[in-house]
Design a protein around this ligand. Structure first.
Ligand SMILES: [Cu+2]
Length: 655
């Protein structure tokens, strides 16, 4: 009886907490939207805060705007004035000594206002590079290095795969203010974001694609090769810091850290961002240099994501001279695709956005927002450090020692991605680790986990659903992804006196893989001796769209549907029962680590028919008998983030 009332009491507490008091990100970090004057297309490519607090914004459309009073102090509105125009896709901006510097497609440019009228009257080429003209040849930067040189990164072209069509595409370059260029490193595919950490070390953010299984950030040093071989075709040029050739890179699908054992110049990522979970397109990297003005994460990195309109947080540490660390969710819900971040003079964060004609979960085509810490302390894992036999978590607030000391409060899974010329990768080699024990510090600020089954080179997902703060709250984000490049040497913890897991089951369990998918028939059924009644072809269009809004088929007819993915990213095509397409898309998003291998098709009665998840420039034909019930069905791409724009109607008409 007592246990029943205790149980009911717990239920009540849980219900109350859920109804009223479970905090959300917005309780700690407020988003403030800056009003942009009508007619200004502020597709943000670069942000720079001037010493006087004005915010300079460069745009994909080739303009530079100066924003006075961006913090809207005293309730005043920001004032926008145009500083420069006519630039070719200005995807970065930096301020130094009275000048603004921006990377255009083909050059690094210095903009100065000599007569002080608030408009640039001098556009100077600092250094120019060749350009082939492919749409995907973005140029980013600059970021000032501590020695005063400016860093610029050059995107690969896209010709059905990443290609370096002109010298130094796929490289990071260092350029001095007087125009001396030195190549730094190669292997970049789509290096939209890069920045220095608080120690002045360079990190760049990569986007999933060919040779890139998932997004990541990599520590970049002179002479590094960071993954995509296309840029290596220029390694013979004078000044190259590499001797590797594209053909030196084996295309086996082995994980990158394994290949790096045979290719010493190949640098594994410092921290991976699991695709569709922590984002789909990593962008800017900005260290928290606010010394506490922005909250408890001083010194850590913020990393933007364009497609998911959000920002992740990264704790880095160095083991045996190698960077590694944990990525955590931080703040989602921005108005458009997050591309750039910059600190305001008051320690708030300006976030510059564009969806670049692609799409993002934030629906606006562009925007400018400011993120302000409310001063309230979120309950978060502040740091996560590798230990010889597990991890040490440090919290922002004291934990409930009993809850956080229970091994069942945690779950750990290791996995990694393939390294190959194919676009993207599913998570592979998944294995659960076993939490052998947990020791919580006396002050409740730290938990030491002893774990069986940690693997060097692997990403470790740590879920912490059972952890509670001393005042009863769940973690604001109860998951972390730690990239374990090195397991530190040292003494393992003595488990005596620790809470240990009572379940001595298998230390390593391969997770069940691919479920059968009978709703996808890719060969014509033998019974269709006369062939299909109708063959329909649907292709893709840029900006996350199908090229077909609606198709008509007769109820019960035999349909061959050709889905031709001629886009530059992964897509599927899923036909759903009427009115369920949004639920199916949401279920696909929740598949998490299992999503890729399931082609982002949830196991649901609402899914009628579907294709596989198709690589760029591939096609698949599926065969199905149209529903016998006339009506309006929807076809949709359920790859996370695509469903809002990538959908059409299947009209089934009566026979
Ligand atoms: Cu799609």
């Amino acid at each position: 009886m007592r246990s029943l009332s205790l149980f009911l009491g717990l239920l009540l507490v849980t219900a109350t907490v859920h109804a009223q008091t479970v905090p959300v990100e917005d309780d700690y970090y407020k988003m403030i939207t800056l009003p942009i004057p009508e007619g200004v297309v502020l597709e943000v490519g670069g942000l720079a805060v001037m010493p006087d607090g004005r915010l300079a914004v460069s745009t994909r459309r080739g303009e530079v705007w100066l924003v006075e009073n961006p913090a809207m102090d005293g309730g005043g509105r920001p004032h926008f004035s145009r500083f420069a125009h006519g630039l070719h896709e200005a995807l970065g901006l930096a301020y130094r000594d009275g000048a603004l510097y921006t990377a255009q497609r083909s050059e690094l440019t210095r903009l100065t206002d000599r007569n002080g009228d608030g408009r640039a009257d001098r556009y100077e080429t600092v250094y120019a590079w060749p350009l082939e003209g492919n749409y995907h040849e973005y140029s980013y930067g600059p970021v000032f290095r501590r020695d005063g040189a400016m860093l610029v990164t050059l995107n690969l072209a896209w010709v059905g795969y990443g290609a370096s069509l002109s010298p130094w595409r796929g490289w990071t370059l260092a350029i001095t203010p007087d125009g001396q260029m030195t190549p730094v490193a190669s292997g970049m595919r789509s290096p939209a974001g890069f920045g220095l950490n608080t120690d002045g070390e360079l990190f760049y953010a990569e986007n999933q694609g060919d040779w890139v299984g998932s997004g990541y950030i990599t520590h970049v040093e002179t002479g590094d090769f960071v993954g995509n071989p296309a840029g290596l075709r220029w390694s013979h040029l004078p000044g190259s810091t590499l001797t590797l050739k594209p053909e030196d890179i084996p295309d086996t699908g082995e994980p990158l850290f394994e290949v790096a054992k045979d290719v010493p110049a190949l640098k594994p990522p410092a921290v991976w961002f699991p695709h569709t979970i922590l984002g789909i397109s990593t962008s800017d990297i900005l260290p928290d240099s606010t010394r506490g003005a922005f909250g408890p994460f001083a010194g850590q990195l913020l990393v933007g994501d364009q497609g998911h309109s959000k920002i992740a947080r990264v704790f880095l540490e160095k083991i045996d001279g190698v960077y590694q660390g944990a990525a955590f969710p931080f703040r989602e819900g921005f108005a458009s695709g997050v591309l750039r971040m910059a600190w305001g003079v008051d320690g708030s964060l300006y976030v510059g956005m564009t969806n670049r004609g692609w799409a993002s979960t934030g629906k606006a085509p562009f925007g400018l927002q400011r993120l302000v810490w409310t001063g309230k302390m979120p309950f978060e894992v502040k740091t996560m450090r590798a230990m010889p036999d597990g991890f040490e978590l440090e919290f922002t607030k004291p934990v409930d020692r009993q809850a956080a000391g229970n091994p069942a409060a945690y779950a750990v899974t290791g996995f990694i991605y393939k390294y190959h010329s194919t676009y993207g990768s599913p998570p592979i080699n998944q294995e659960e680790g076993r939490i052998r024990g947990v020791m919580v510090s006396d002050d409740g600020m730290k938990a030491r986990l002893v774990i069986d089954g940690l693997r060097e080179g692997y990403i470790h997902e740590l879920k912490m659903p059972g952890v509670r703060s001393a005042d009863g709250l769940p973690l604001l984000h109860d998951v972390a992804y730690y990239t374990l490049n090195r397991i530190p040497e040292g003494e393992s913890l003595n488990l005596a006196g620790m809470a240990t897991s009572g379940n001595p089951q298998r230390a390593k369990t391969a997770i069940a893989s691919a479920t059968p998918q009978p709703k996808r028939q890719t060969t014509m059924p033998a019974a269709w001796t006369g062939g299909p009644d109708v063959t329909v072809t649907i292709a893709t269009e840029p900006s996350l769209k199908f090229d077909t809004d609606a198709i008509d088929v007769v109820a019960g007819s035999r349909v061959a549907l050709v889905f031709n993915n001629d886009d530059d990213m992964l897509h599927n095509l899923v036909i759903t029962t009427p009115g369920t397409e949004d639920d199916v898309a949401m279920d696909a998003l929740r598949l998490g680590l299992q999503g890729h291998e399931m082609s982002y098709v949830p196991d649901s009665d609402a899914v009628l028919f579907h294709t596989a998840l198709l690589e760029p420039e591939t096609a698949e034909t599926i065969y199905f008998t149209a529903p016998t019930e006339p009506g309006t069905y929807t076809f949709v791409c359920t790859f996370p983030g695509h469903a809002t724009t990538m959908r059409g109607t299947l009209r089934v008409t009566a026979r």
